[in-house]
Write a protein that binds this ligand. Structure first.
Ligand code: FAD
Length: 454
């Protein structure tokens, strides 16, 4: 097929990745059809459910920029400069994420973001089909069956290739798995989450500092709160599924109030609807999905959560999914056989997905259990100092993941070296006075090559 008539693609899922990919492909002049099981959110409101807001970082912003969507999204984003830690004694501390306001992350509303992307996809020429749930696929005949759950009616659709952008519970993945072993492994986290809301103050403003991601670390469990541009915060309680406290022992709204009164006392008065929110929002499960094969020759490929769902503790699932979209769109521009394009896409993205899945799991422990430790704070202070002394070599993991586009796998490898170095340099010390700067500088130069400008 000539470059002037690129092969059409059928995307399943008009969530975050599906809608962004549709924009990128349609802007390249490709015919794109997107099938989404939910109704059109522009007609009936957003029915997305979970995780009301998300942290958007550099990788995601860059992908949005590639799709011409960044300005529209950033108009509704709220800047978060760092973690505002709420200690158990009621004291507060802002731990900046980066060096200044050029190194921040942004809170975006999932529903608004999805609506913006859907609108832009359609404007770019993608054809969106709502109320179409993928039900079955015949890969040999390249034909898929979509069902409208409102009346049970079905539509048979022929496709050149399917892109599964249908999230962690992907129906495309399940259909692929029926004809080939994808090497799927799901590792559930034994912690879940529940969402609550801090409404605006009586004067219509924010009730707490808006430009921060608030954290109440409590060892084995924690609360976080992200701002929304309508002056609310979405609070998420992460807690073991079983334990004390755990979702099996804190079940009723009254038990939830008692937990907050004991462990999140300064948050409790900010959540007047705690009981109602608790009753309305069921606990969510968290898991990491590992998949050996992301594609079925040239007939189907998986992106985003469908290929590599991760726990949300680095705030990177969407950011990573958006990077997938840019990479797949780039590969498709070559017009090589689809099998090669999909294999190249998997080769480029899989090691990076594995790396961020790993870092996301590690970050959970850091957020709930480490941000108030004295040895952590000492290492963090030395880390910032080393970053200033060696800005081209020593870049904290959080910065490599959130403010740069260096491959996740490289960020993981370098941050392991850095962590070992920090641990060695601060072991047994109470302050940084005793650190041997000369020896440390030499180690940094020996172990960490300068980072190229990614
Ligand atoms: C509590 C929580 C907090 C998070 N916080 C962050 C964060 O701060 N930053 C971040 O980057 N990421 C975060 N994430 C991760 C992020 O939500 C996901 O990585 C992202 O939504 C993945 O996008 P996706 O398009 O692959 O999947 P989804 O957003 O899940 O979209 C899938 C779409 O496919 C549709 N669909 C499903 N099945 C079918 C079917 N059979 N037929 C047709 N359509 C179908 C769905 O309706 C949906 O529209 C968080 C996740 C959770 C759970």
């Amino acid at each position: 097929m000539s470059a002037a008539q690129p092969r059409p693609l059928t995307i399943v899922g008009a969530g975050l990745a599906g809608a962004l990919l549709a924009i990128l492909l349609a802007r390249d002049g490709r015919r794109v059809d997107v099938y989404e099981k939910r109704g059109d959110p522009r007609l009936r409101g957003y029915g997305g459910g979970r995780s009301i807001n998300l942290a958007l970082a550099e990788r995601g912003r860059h992908a949005l920029e590639q799709a011409g969507a960044e300005a529209a999204v950033m108009r509704q984003a709220v800047m978060m400069r760092g973690r505002m830690v709420h200690f158990a004694d009621g004291s507060l501390q802002l731990q900046r994420y980066g060096r200044d306001d050029s190194e921040v992350i942004w809170s975006v509303h999932r529903g608004d973001l999805n609506l913006t992307l859907i609108g832009l996809a359609e404007a770019a020429g993608a054809r969106l089909h709502f109320d179409r749930r993928l039900d079955a696929v015949d890969f040999d005949a390249r034909s898929a069956r979509f069902v409208d759950d409102r009346d049970g009616s079905a539509e048979q659709v022929d496709f050149a290739a399917l892109v599964g952008a249908d999230g962690a519970g992907s129906a495309v993945r399940a259909a692929m798995q029926r004809v080939a072993d994808l090497g799927e492994r799901v590792e559930p986290l034994d912690h879940g989450y529940r969402e609550l809301e801090i409404p605006p103050a009586d004067d219509g403003g924010f009730r707490i500092e808006p430009n921060a991601l608030h954290i109440w670390p409590r060892g084995d469990y924690m609360c976080i709160a992200l701002p929304n541009d309508e002056r609310t915060f979405t609070v998420t309680l992460f807690m073991p599924n079983r334990g004390n406290p755990g979702f099996d022992t804190v079940r009723t709204p009254a038990q939830a109030r008692a937990l907050f009164a004991r462990d999140f006392a300064d948050a409790l008065p900010l959540i007047p609807g705690l009981e109602a929110d608790w009753a309305a929002n069921p606990a969510g499960m968290l898991a990491t999905l590992y998949l050996e094969r992301w594609h079925l020759d040239g007939r189907a490929v998986l992106i985003g959560d469908a290929a590599h769902a991760m726990v949300p503790f680095h705030g990177q699932g969407m950011n990573c999914a958006f990077e997938d979209c840019v990479e797949l769109a780039r590969g498709l521009r070559d017009e090589a056989p689809l099998e090669e394009v999909f294999a190249g896409f998997q080769a480029a993205r899989q090691p990076n997905a594995l790396a961020i899945q790993h870092m996301a799991l590690e970050n959970y422990r850091e957020m709930r259990d480490r941000v108030d430790d004295s040895d952590y704070l000492l290492q963090r202070a030395l880390e910032l100092e080393l970053q200033q002394r060696h800005p081209d070599r020593f870049v904290p993991r959080y910065a490599m993941v959130s403010f740069m586009r260096i491959p996740y796998a490289v960020a993981l490898e370098r941050s392991r070296l850095q962590h070992a170095l920090l641990e060695r340099a601060t072991r047994g010390l109470d302050d940084l006075e005793q650190v041997d700067r000369g020896a440390l500088d030499a180690e940094v130069r020996a172990q960490l090559a300068p980072l190229e400008d990614f």
